[in-house]
Design a protein around this ligand. Structure first.
Ligand code: NAP
Length: 287
């Protein structure tokens, strides 16, 4: 089996990748603060902003490919800590891409639909990023720098992800415990499940693609409508979910209205995002 180095193995998507059945890859995973162990993954602690540590791990693991998941992912946190966000989301990412370029191995960088301003959806790969918050600006900057330094790099822009982790895990627990949820009716994403995101990332890698790829779903959905679909699939009470709009909630980072992705390019090479309600039903059976 070939060796795959995954940064951010302790992340929501990293957990999903660590548990995903692998035929082609033996995974080494990097965590930072949250120590994790998986039966089929060699896990190492590494602060990716520390170049010496990252070089050491890279030389030690000698990967055949890299999936770069590690990031500061909370837009509000990035807005309040822009220097830290720049170090993790831009500088460390560029350093990792340089290592991959030197070794001439493929690297998949997980970027985001939040590189767009939300005013002209759906966005395809030819649309110019126009981020409106620090997180999106730093992801867009990293994309641009990676592509400039390594023409074999893969940029995977992924939408909001749902699954047994991230925001959805909290939502399910809240409703199960009798709590209430408030969700925006005026923020749209082409959401996919974490399993589908991992399938998409592996597909791009295994097909040896390069450049920018959108991995969105086929449905553009508001957070509120998603919450209702989730409640139906999980047999949870819909009447505990209340609609809201973005301007009613003050947040440090601006939020784009509609960053739905046009992902036909990925569908044409075999990416199948699955319908949201089908993904939710499947998740309910698995959890
Ligand atoms: N989840 C989504 O909806 C979504 C949507 C679009 C794009 N993405 C992208 O997909 C990737 C994974 O997202 P996620 O939501 O699964 O992430 P997450 O759960 O927020 O986890 C972030 C990961 O980054 C690691 N990390 C942060 N700073 C680090 C550092 N200095 N050194 C090493 N590792 C560090 C964390 O390690 P520790 O926890 O061990 O400290 C953790 O594994 C990110 O690049 C994100 O931008 C996610």
């Amino acid at each position: 089996m070939k060796k795959l180095l995954v940064t951010g193995i302790s992340s929501f998507l990293g957990n999903e990748l660590a548990m995903y059945p692998q035929q082609h890859w033996k995974i080494s995973g990097l965590f930072h603060k949250k120590e994790v162990h998986f039966s089929k993954v060699d896990c190492h602690r590494c602060d990716i902003t520390n170049e010496v540590e990252l070089n050491q791990i890279f030389n030690q693991t000698q990967p055949d490919a890299v999936i770069h998941l590690a990031a500061l992912t909370n837009p509000n946190y990035c807005e309040l800590h822009p220097e830290e966000s720049f170090r993790v989301n831009v500088e460390a990412t560029i350093h990792l891409a340089q290592l991959c370029e030197k070794a001439q191995i493929p690297v998949v960088f997980t970027s985001t639909d939040l590189v767009f301003d939300g005013d002209n959806a759906p966005y395809d790969e030819k649309d110019e990023p126009m981020p409106i918050m620090v997180y999106g600006r730093h992801k867009a900057k990293a994309e641009q720098q990676i592509l400039a330094l390594y023409d074999k790099a893969i940029i995977a822009r992924i939408p909001l992800i749902f699954g047994n982790g991230g925001f959805m895990k909290n939502w399910v627990e809240t409703l199960k415990n009798g709590g209430t949820l408030t969700a925006f009716t005026d923020e749209f994403r082409t959401m996919i499940s974490a399993t589908k995101a991992i399938e998409g990332l592996l597909l791009l890698l295994e097909k040896k693609l390069k450049g920018i790829w959108h991995l969105g779903g086929k449905e553009s959905i508001s957070r509120y409508d998603f919450a209702v679909k989730m409640a139906v699939a999980f047999n949870l009470p819909k009447d505990q979910i209340f609609p809201s709009i973005r301007e009613k909630v003050e947040m440090p980072a601006a939020r784009p209205a509609d960053v739905s992705l046009d992902s036909w390019k990925a569908y044409e090479v075999g990416f199948d995002p699955m319908r949201i309600s089908d993904s939710l039903k499947k998740l309910n059976q698995e959890i």
